[in-house]
Design a binder for this molecule. Structure first.
Ligand SMILES: Nc1nc2c([nH]c(=O)n2[C@H]2C[C@H](O)[C@@H](COP(=O)(O)OP(=O)(O)OP(=O)(O)O)O2)c(=O)[nH]1
Ligand SMILES: [Mg+2]
Length: 135
């Protein structure tokens, strides 16, 4: 089996409790599905640093506070990912899809109405069960 791809993933929660999701561009792995913004952790980077960088690149927000949410390892036929998933409970800037991708702020109860990659099922469950610690 190939190596595990370490991915930093952010569940960005606004003060009104809504969560930020973005639509993966069609040409990418899992294209067309909704995701939590994030991306691959590069060498010499911590997951937190990678997440900060990816949130700025993909949705133009600056993360101010992170809390660990869950870690999910998932085998796709073509690759294995480790989704290192964090709550983002404080951020600056107004989210937009910097790469032209559609974004949406949704209630946690609406997560089930959107199609996420298969690996995300345990993340969706964790979000329903846990809430970030108020800061
Ligand atoms: N960001 C993100 N990736 C996810 C989620 N669920 C899921 O299976 N993945 C997978 C899809 C990809 O195979 C991998 C993340 O890769 P990515 O395409 O976001 O990586 P990246 O932003 O660094 O993009 P790139 O520059 O390497 O193209 O993790 C999710 O909720 N968010
Ligand atoms: Mg990405």
């Amino acid at each position: 089996m190939g190596k595990v791809i370490h991915v930093a993933v952010g569940v960005v929660m606004r003060e009104d409790g809504k969560i930020l999701i973005a639509r993966r561009p069609d040409h990418l792995h899992m294209g067309g599905r909704w995701e939590f913004p994030g991306g691959k952790v590069e060498e010499d980077e911590t997951a937190q640093q990678a997440l900060g960088r990816e949130l700025l690149e993909e949705v133009a927000i600056e993360a101010k506070k992170l809390q660990p949410l869950t870690e999910i390892r998932h085998d796709y036929p073509e690759k294995t990912v480790l989704l290192d998933t964090w709550w983002v409970t404080d951020f600056e800037g107004e989210a937009k899809g910097s790469e032209g991708q559609q974004i949406a702020w949704i209630d946690t109860g609406e997560l089930g109405d959107h199609q996420f990659p298969d690996a995300n099922a345990p993340i969706l469950e964790a979000i329903q069960k846990a809430k970030p610690i108020p800061t």
